[in-house]
Design a protein around this ligand. Sequence first.
Ligand SMILES: [Fe+2]
Ligand SMILES: [Fe+2]
Length: 279
Amino acid sequence: MGHMKVTVLVENTVGVPLGLLSEWGLSMLLDFGDERILFDTGEQGSVIPNAQALGLDLKQVDRVVLSHGHYDHTGGLLKLLQHRGKVPVYAHPDLFASHYGRGFNGQGEQYLGVPFRLERLESAGAQFHWHSDPVELRPGLWLSGEIPRHTAYERIDDRLIAFRDGEAAQDNIIDDFSLFYVTDTGLVVVLGCAHSGLVNIVEHAKRLTGEKRVRAVIGGTHLGPANPEQQEKTIDYLRALDLACLAPNHCTGLGMLTRLAAEFPRQFTWATAGNVLEF
Ligand SMILES: [Fe+2]
Ligand SMILES: [Fe+2]
């Protein structure tokens, strides 16, 4: 199987002294040599100047994959389209579903969904491909499809809500996607926010691809806001995976990042803006 180079373009923090901007958000460029796939677009559009500062040309992005509809993963999409022009965009059909939050910093209800209308994005060049089932995007690279939720201890952040018939309910974020890359030495699991639960996602990756060895887990784990039971059980699960690389970022949060760095001293890798990971 080929080679995948992951460059973190946008993240909550900046890791290299090259004039990059940080955002509360995530965007990573996956370069396969013959194809470049942009996974998420960050919050505000820093994806464009950050790529430039890193010597990367986003006009050469061949496809965009959106992990879910939250604004911190989709907010840079319009600027990306204005820069890139027509490009295929892969997402779940519920990308634009009701995504709200409540109680962040004592605030009331806030809209957290895609900050653009579908028509606006399409007129700027987005060619949406809607999937709810898994798709092999290229040999060895899988778009997860909807993640089956089996674990009892992985719960969606209860500050994330949706409105159905005017009533607030837990947002189950059915549009939560990850990417799975099969390599000769095992799976690389690329998370957006892991709202479905890291363990559910990795178990789905193993079932879907038939590859039982997990080489790397990278991206947003959402472990920071998780309850202590979920945090401990997920750390136990990660320990049993025998990973070569653990590169959490974004909604993992600084507290859990330092904890994971201490628990996995050999595997832990920073994945802040500007960092590059090769598989
Ligand atoms: Fe996020
Ligand atoms: Fe999210």
